[in-house]
Design a binder for this molecule. Sequence first.
Ligand code: TRP
Length: 372
Amino acid sequence: MNDGFEVTPYKVTGDIDYDELVDRFGTKRIDEALVKRLEKHGPLHPMIRRGIFYSHRDLDWILDQYENGPGFTLYTGRGPSGPIHIGHTMPWMFTKYLQDTFKVKLWFQLTDDEKFMFYDHLSLEDAKSWGYDNALDIIALGFDPKLTNIFLDTEYIKTMYPMAIKAAKKINFSTIRAVFGFDNSNNIGSIFFTSIQTVPCFLESMQQGRNVPCLIPCGIDQDPHFRVTRDIAGGLGYHKPALIHAKLMPSLTGSEKMSTSTAMNDTIFMTDDEKTVKKKVMNAFTGGRVSVEEQRKNGGDPEVCSVYQYNLYHFEPDDSKLAELHASCRSGKILCGECKALLFEKVWKFLETHQAAREKAKDRLDEFFVRD
Ligand code: TRP
């Protein structure tokens, strides 16, 4: 029944077929017409052009709302369980593009409660301090402080709790069990948690005292939470939140989702130093052949190559240069060592700038944080 892969917020396994996922989840593909509509508001982000943000719920309706006056707000989040790596920042860079393009408010939730409840090894204090650490990376990406509210659940709970219990009252256990794949062994905090992830969809409405549409850019693994939200939003007196979904960025070993918990070497962290980054990139899994002769003769396979995927997802925003890279790999003109060296230069340039901004962010937390 699962066709070999599974995607929920708490479990991603197997080889994900993203087209099939759209059908399974009942979302819509971002089609040509919608891409054209987005383009009217500003240059398209490469992640749209390349189908990395590829699926949505009600994005057309959000554009209607924007074009006709009521506007909308953005909401995204992070479960702070460890350091930030490049894969985490992809949807956030896209979120920044949306903020810059539409000049809209962003609510950024840090779910220290969630990570505490779902990870046996993580203390609440550690989850919270990862929240503050992760916020530095978020701020360093360049969000507009006037338009961005970052909050930790445990520090904003007084504001959120009344809405969380209103939501919780409308969600029954059998829904949660089915949607998240829980069973009787899950602790009761994790069963309740989705109601906390629901609340930020309505924070702008609560604050403004009017119904403000909400758009959530996120990895498609988070969609199940918001399916639940969408079912109950009307009953709470709000619009259903709209979503725009990204594919999950592959790791340097070629497996689907970059992970913080497994194999450190597969993942480039935002605070890695130059030597470490170089080592990781130079050891990356590629689509190269066993020997130079064979590669010159038969070419490499960019489709399975993590170095190519890094370029596609982020590090080569120029479409014609990307196509050139693809062709030179296929024809055997470029070898993996050279290609990795090129990627390393781009990754390090990005991280060097990021790390400087991250240092400065330490003095800027109060420009962004909201607390009870
Ligand atoms: N649950 C998410 C995680 O574990 C964090 C999160 C909270 C989130 N609210 C969100 C992610 C909204 C995307 C959109 O990472």
